[in-house]
Design a protein around this ligand. Structure first.
Ligand code: GRF
Length: 202
């Protein structure tokens, strides 16, 4: 049986697209994207999903209390029998209710070497801080911002002439690569969690 992935997004959807591409090409075997949920109407990511023939659902979050909203989203994910939830540019914190509904079954991609620069505009924060190495992180999701155990990271040097745009573009390439790799590791159960550490078993 193919493992079923639910993708949550709010915007562009390039990480969604990278996952879809990895599934299509066999880099993530035995998996399918069962549903793409957006909390924002008109997110380009949902158009990308439709173009690939993947089911989409827009569930507007505006004005709803966090858990009330999350109950709706979890119901849709369960309706589509989702095994793994991938946040891909999903601009919301998850409630404890959501996290408990998918224990160690929610991943996020973040464009910094966590725990540095959580939150928004991480690439700009990194440049302004003056770090010489930047990167991205795939981690399990808990109810805190960009905070759960780290599955994979990619590191890249910051160049003297980097701007927010050039650095973000190089980080994004790595995001697309390590997100697929991390999804494969998790779906194939090739890890164990010890405290905060994610240890590879094969
Ligand atoms: C990515 O940089 C991701 O790391 C962050 O939000 C951005 C989403 O980009 N969480 P996209 O929508 O996947 O293109």
């Amino acid at each position: 049986m193919k493992k079923r992935i639910g993708v949550l997004l709010s915007g562009r959807g390039s990480n969604f697209e990278a996952l879809a591409e990895s599934i299509a090409s066999g880099r993530i075997p035995n998996a399918e994207i069962a549903i793409v949920v957006s909390n924002r109407d008109g997110a380009p990511g949902t158009d990308r999903a439709k173009a690939r023939g993947i089911a989409t659902r827009v569930i507007p979050s505006k004005g709803l209390e966090r858990e009330t909203y999350d109950r709706e989203v979890v119901a849709v994910l369960n309706e589509h029998k989702v095994d793994l939830v991938c946040l891909a540019g999903y601009m919301r914190l998850l409630s404890p209710y959501f996290v408990a509904a998918f224990p160690n079954r929610i991943l996020n991609i973040h464009p910094s070497l966590l725990p540095s620069f959580p939150g928004l505009e991480s690439q700009r924060q990194a440049l302004e801080y003056g770090v010489q190495f930047a990167g991205c992180t795939v981690h399990f999701v808990d109810e805190n911002l960009d905070a759960g155990p780290i599955v994979l990271q990619a590191v890249l040097p910051v160049n003297d002439n980097d701007t927010e745009d050039t650095l973000s573009a190089r980080i994004l390439e790595q995001e697309h690569r390590i997100y697929s790799e991390a999804v494969r590791i998790v779906l194939e159960d090739r890890y164990k969690i010890q405290g905060r550490r994610v240890i590879r078993t094969t």
